[in-house]
Design a protein around this ligand. Sequence first.
Ligand code: AKB
Length: 318
Amino acid sequence: MRKILVIGAAGQIGSELVLELGRRFGDDAVIASDVKDECPEALKDFKYTQIDVLDNKKLRNCVQQEGVTEVYLLAALLSATAEQQPKFAWQLNMDGLFNVLDLAKEGIIKKIFWPSSIAVFGPSTPKNNTPQQTIMEPTTVYGISKQAGEQWCAYYHEKYGVDVRSIRYPGLISHASLPGGGTTDYAVDIFYHAKEHGEYTSFLGEQTALPMMYMEDAIRATIELMEAPGENIQTRTSYNLAGISFTPKDLADAIRKHIPDFGIDYAPDYRQAIAATWPASINDEVAQKEWQWKMKYDLDKMVTTMLENVQPERLFKK
Ligand code: AKB
């Protein structure tokens, strides 16, 4: 029987992934877990267990007692936060991964999803249409941890037959959950400010193009990858997904189609230096070929959906 454990279920991806896994496989097939003591309100129909992924003993007990077959490991520090706490970021991002990989190596669980990121690329990577396999010299702690993690995933697959699958997520955009500590967070923030104040100050510069993706596409990609036949999955590091590439100016222009007076100005901060090292656009032909990946949301569709659904009162007290 399928039993799925989502680690990091209170985060931006986790909170939406749990709901979609529940819709597809039944709420009883999914266990949500997070380092937080309290189960997020949105996940109250699911079994919830508090787990720090660094607590290997508690993680193992949970997996064995509940008969967990698959783990989605989403607990991590993202790019901006990781730069503030480099040692802890490395520990969380790497030891958490090893704790889960070892459960699969020992045959206790059957399958793992682990997210990588466009942060694996660096300043020496080709900036446009970045290929699946290319130069990777990341300059952030987060990027270094993701690149090392990718290699460990491939190693565990090759040496121990571990079925681990991964996506290099672009920046993710959702109205249902808030991002926490990434360089791409402006592309969510902007919608709350556009609706509430009609203006926004971007912490990335006007012409900083980055790959992004609407959350519904990202969740669908994640589950489609996990459900694809194992023999199709020839890439055991992590898959490029192209998403939608745009600059803060492109995004503001798209918002202006709905809010004509929307105003934007630019005050780049330390996150600009991170963004400057990442690709502007990504090539995802390998994902298209190996597991038939196809994106549904372009820039205009994403902006329309965000503006229709975003609830500024979640950020701004009235
Ligand atoms: C971040 O900005 O750190 C993340 C990512 C691209 O992995 N959204």
